[in-house]
Every structure is written in structure tokens, then in C-alpha cells.
Design a protein around this ligand. Sequence first.
Ligand code: PGA
Length: 254
Amino acid sequence: MGKPLFAGNWKMNKGVAETREFFEKFLPLTKDIDFENREIMIAPPFISLSVASEIVKDSKISLGAQNACWAKKGAFTGEISPVMLKELGVKYVILGHSERRHIFGESNELIAKRVKGVYEEGLIPVLCVGETLEEREKGITFEVVENQLKEGLKEIGNLDGAELVIAYEPVWAIGTGKTATPSQAEEVHSFIRQILGEMYGKNVADVIRILYGGSVKPGNIKELIVQPNIDGVLVGGASLEPESFFEICKVEIS
Ligand code: PGA
């Protein structure tokens, strides 16, 4: 099993100045964190990655990006290449986030290309999957998640497991204050592990980290992280304040 991953997804928040302010407060807080048993990642907006990269380079904090193109360079207006991200020391790339799917219309097809491009460049894709409220109420959560997983990963073949992260983020729990109950989350996480096992074999599936995302807060991290198939969290709103993100990151791990 890889180290549990505590990931902050800042979305479209914090330019350069606010990024500096965040780390000025956050880095000193993390000095007592045991990085032997957990990893912390922050994914700022593209424009703030460069300054974040300078700030974290002598720390144990990993950097993530919120999207990436599949191509190394070229005529892709508005896109950022995985090569450019690598140059800044970025390690993870969030792909297929529900806001990309639902607000910007990114399809499974497009996401699969991004996953492949990022993976082939040696960055770690954090592929997000999750059902809408309507889909949950229709009773098709497992079908939706299975389809997003299989479609999103269809361009990558053999894996050893450490180079892929999955984030289960029920759309109805993102930014709404509604968190999936630990048992609702665990049910889907164990289903995801089973599908990954069918795709890559059990040994590989066991080392792929599966994060939970959707209104994770200091008040609910404890009950989520103890679930056997929850290997970390992807945090939006509560990652914007140094203190609240630190409260989440320092949770006891057994
Ligand atoms: P949230 O966002 O923590 O604000 O619900 C999570 C995410 O979208 O990654």
C-alpha cells in the first residue's frame, strides 16, 4: 500500500499573492507531520504553480495540477502540457474532475487521452469518478463509476499500481456540505478496488490509492480515513485555509 494521500484541490482560487500567503502559514504548521506515513499534495491553479513550486521545493509537500493536455506541445490553445508541469516539479495531475465533466463538457474519451498523456510523461494521474444525485437515486451508481473507470483508463495498459490514483467524488457531495457517509463511501471504494482488480489483477489493485472527495472537513476526516478502502482524501473548500487543511492532514492513521 502507498502512503495515504491528503490532496488539496484549490480549483479556481488563489493567485500568486494568496498562494504565498497560504504557504507562509501552512508550511510551519506541517513541521510536526510524520511524512513517513502520509503524503500531502496541493493543486493550485496553473498560474500559481510556478510560485508554489519555488516555495515547496525544500519541503515534503507534493505539487499537483488540476488538468493537463495529452500532447507534449503544439497547437492546443488554452491547454498546458505534462512536460511543462514536470519542469515545475509537479507530481500529480487531477483529471476528469466532475467540474471538468459537467461544466466544461469533458467526455470520457477526452479524459482517457489526458490520462494516457500524463501517465506516459511519468506524472501520476488522479482520475476522478463519481455519480450525480440523479444517478444515485436511480440506483445506477456502480454502473456509472465502473464506466467512468474503464473508459478513463482504457488507453493505459500494464500498471504496477503506484503510478495511478483514483478519486471517488460523488457529485452531490462536492461543495454542498453533504458528505457521503463512511459506509456509503466505503461501499463504492471497495467496488472500485474490485473493478481495478479485474482490470489489472489484485496485487496491482491493492496498491492503487483510492481517495474520497466531497465536503471533507476536519470534522469528518477521522471516520472516513479509517475505512479499509479509503487511502486518502481530495479536499476542495477545506484546503483553502491553512488551518483547516492542516487539521485534516494531521489526522491519526492507524
Ligand atoms: P469540496 O470539493 O471538498 O469543496 O466538496 C472536493 C473536490 O471537488 O475535489
